[in-house]
Design a binder for this molecule. Sequence first.
Ligand code: TRP
Length: 397
Amino acid sequence: MVVMSKPVILTGLRANNDLHIGNYFGALLPLIDMAKTRADEFEINLFVPDLHSFTTPIEHSQLQAQIMHNLKLFVAAGLPLDNPNIRIYRQSYIPAHSELTWILDCFTGFGQMRRMTQFKEKTKTKERLDQAVVEAELYHKAMQTMGQASNYEELSAKQLELSQHMNAAIDLIGQIEDRQGTASVGLFNYPVLMAADILLYDAEYVPVGDDQTQHLEFARDIAERMNNKFGELFVVPKPVKQQHEFFGKDQGLRIKDLSDPSRKMSKSDETGKGIIFLGDTPEAASKKIMSATTDSVGVVHYDIEKQPGVANLLQIMALAEGGELSSVVDRFEGQTSYGDLKTAVAASLRELLSSFQAKLEQVNEAALLAKLQVDEAAMNEKANQTLLKVQKAVGLR
Ligand code: TRP
């Protein structure tokens, strides 16, 4: 029997792509640090959500290697293989994730899933809807001015305009239906699988980026609804606000994309131009830094609003050096050459990446596999206990 009475901290890091420095500083390092220093207070689950990997199309022949690679990244980042308070596992090795997902699916509203922001973004629903609204407004305007037409030609021109806007709007709505229709059901309901990931292990703290907080809210929601209907089945994860208080709004979570500093550095960006991956060669990383988007102010200030690109570079430098942001800011504040700043940032990143990659080379794969085996067995036991409770509650057992 596994006894888990300590509060559980849980997070999943996707394996579609290489992890990047945002994941590294924002998620990996703080968790590993917490596992090392506060192991007597918390139980930490760090897993690879491999079943989430093909909600959008991927190269399947590479998935296996990618999963192992990402697990090695955890170890290279300092994850101790001999610390039983930090568990690592692959989602698909614990079948209860899939089974609980099906059950939760049947208690999840279709409408609630369809409103999930990420589903809408991936199917480009919002931008098309916005365009459709613009067309509808133009239609409305044309309609209002129709009465001003003074002859047949003007009237038929207005009519043509009306039908053009109407058709454009209808076409856009059709495009939304097509996109949503061809997106996989897996993309549609992956928040439910994510809720199962969390609820199976009684996780209270789930550090995720802002793009995932809606999914976390959903996990809380379904847990509460199931508890109301069937009695205390699940531990409800802490509300997002408390999560932020607990983890502190970690700096790493704020790392922005280098080519578009208004966006978070995100692994789903396909071009990879604005992202520093942990596997990037130091040269490739330097190139990305040197071509990072800055601004036309021309003087270094730490101003997230007005100079987001420069602020991001300063932030990255502080994290790469492992020092205080304020001391980096002091060093560069007021300088007028962005080139010098970039050169310095690139140098500190080069150092970080080469030492990280040297550690990656040395990861003991046999020890990693042995740890996975032990942890996945323990996780199966825990997950199956939760699943059985749910199966009993819904009448399957
Ligand atoms: N959906 C998360 C992402 O895309 C990954 C994830 C899957 C996750 N299951 C999870 C994160 C459970 C936290 C908890 O980044």
